[in-house]
Design a binder for this molecule. Structure first.
Ligand code: NDP
Ligand code: GDR
Length: 327
């Protein structure tokens, strides 16, 4: 019988790739979307338009236990991928309250619904390298202590603790994937990689003059989102639930990302990038680097897309996007 998966955050970057991945594996795919998302189809559902007639969407918000529990109780999914979150770090400094409420309560509501109404559902929690924050050792693996530097990071540490506690106390199959940054042409425009690839395309096409960035000396371990959704699925196919760090094991600065992106269209980033102190964060995560040897060994997972190919994929896609939309 076909397995059933429920994805929260299906309209997001990872949710859309994961839905495609699971459809290829013959899953029945359900997703939770905010009511407002279904109202603005052209906007919020753009990432899942191509698969809209093959998935089932349920209106619901992570802010409401009632809406979450009804969906879990009705579908009793084999696997639940909890990806929905207020995921933008900058915004988490401007609104700590909604970040903590959505990210912590949403995770708690789902776990509680699983325990009470669908205890056989396997649960994936979208943890983050932001949990390591001010890193306590380099590189970071599953044993590295956490030191979150934002309400977002704090919410992810709490979600991870909740997941672990439900696993230990109620025997729920719950895993946290501690994923390092992963990007793609479907990345939201507010994140630095998409801001760069989109601006590079607009500058090349004469629609923008320069690119303002904040801390260009921050280092990240960037992979391709398509590789990372496979790791999420693999975590739920193991005999025992466990937590895994997922990354490439290579790091680059924001400056390097910009350099490569501009060079792809034959431009020099020095001629266009302006550092704007207003874009710096109150507390920054300076450097992140994954040690994912546990995932390599136990999940047999490896990233396939290199840093250069990731940047090229994003810039090429944005050149097409800007030519088509003029935006
Ligand atoms: P996106 O920001 O692209 O997607 C977030 C999703 O969450 C969207 O579908 C959004 O819906 C949904 N959402 C937000 N708030 C609510 C709410 N109150 N109720 C219901 N749905 C809500 O994130 P990504 O796809 O990049 O990331 C997926 C998950 O992985 C997130 O939890 C993120 O924190 C985490 N993560 C991401 C990493 C990355 O590098 N991409 C790395 C590590 C962790 P809507 O379309 O309506 O806004
Ligand atoms: P991050 O991603 O905070 O790592 O969170 P983001 O792309 O926003 O920032 C990466 C680094 O770039 C620096 N930076 C800028 N960032 C943005 N957004 N805009 C700028 O103009 C800019 N200039 C420099 C930032 O200061 C930072 O150091 C992402 C999200 O997907 C989270 O949900 C996820 O958990 C983590 O990755 C892992």
């Amino acid at each position: 019988m076909a397995k059933t998966a429920l994805i929260t955050g299906i309209t997001g970057q990872d949710g859309s790739y994961l839905a495609e991945f699971l459809l290829k594996k013959k899953y029945k795919v359900h997703g939770i979307v905010r009511r407002i998302a279904s109202e603005y189809e052209s906007h919020r559902l753009w990432r899942i338009k191509n698969i809209a007639n093959r998935i089932t969407l349920h209106a619901g918000s992570l802010e409401s236990y009632a809406s979450v529990v009804k969906i879990v109780q009705k579908i009793k999914p084999s696997e639940i991928y909890h990806l929905a979150a207020q995921s933008y770090l900058d915004y988490s400094f401007r609104d700590e309250f909604s970040t903590l409420n959505i990210n912590i309560n949403g995770t708690h509501y789902l776990l509680s619904a699983i325990r009470d109404f669908s205890p056989k559902s396997k649960f994936y929690f979208a943890g983050s390298s932001e949990m390591f924050g001010k890193v306590q050792s380099v590189p970071q693996n599953e044993k590295t202590p956490f030191y979150p530097r934002s309400s977002y990071g704090i919410s992810k540490v709490t979600g991870h603790d909740l997941t672990r506690n439900y696993r230990e106390a109620y025997k729920i199959y719950g895993c946290t994937g501690i994923l390092f940054n992963h990007e793609s042409p479907r990345r939201g425009f507010e994140f630095v990689t998409r801001k760069i690839s989109h601006s590079v395309a607009k500058i090349k096409l004469g629609l923008q003059r320069n690119l303002k960035l904040g801390n260009i000396n921050a280092y990240r371990d960037w992979g391709h989102a398509q590789d990372y959704v496979e790791a999420m699925w693999l975590m739920l196919q193991q005999k025992k639930p466990d937590d895994f760090v997922i990354g490439t094991g290579k790091q680059h600065s924001v400056k390097e990302f910009a350099k490569v992106a501009f060079s792809i269209v034959g431009l020099n980033y020095n001629d266009y990038v302006i550092v704007d102190k207003k874009l710096f964060r109150p507390s920054e995560v300076d450097t992140l680097l994954a040690n994912c040897s546990k995932a390599r060994k136990k999940l047999k997972w490896r990233p396939k897309v290199s840093f250069k190919n990731l940047v090229k994929d994003m810039v090429d896609s944005d050149l097409k996007f800007v030519k088509k939309t003029g935006y």
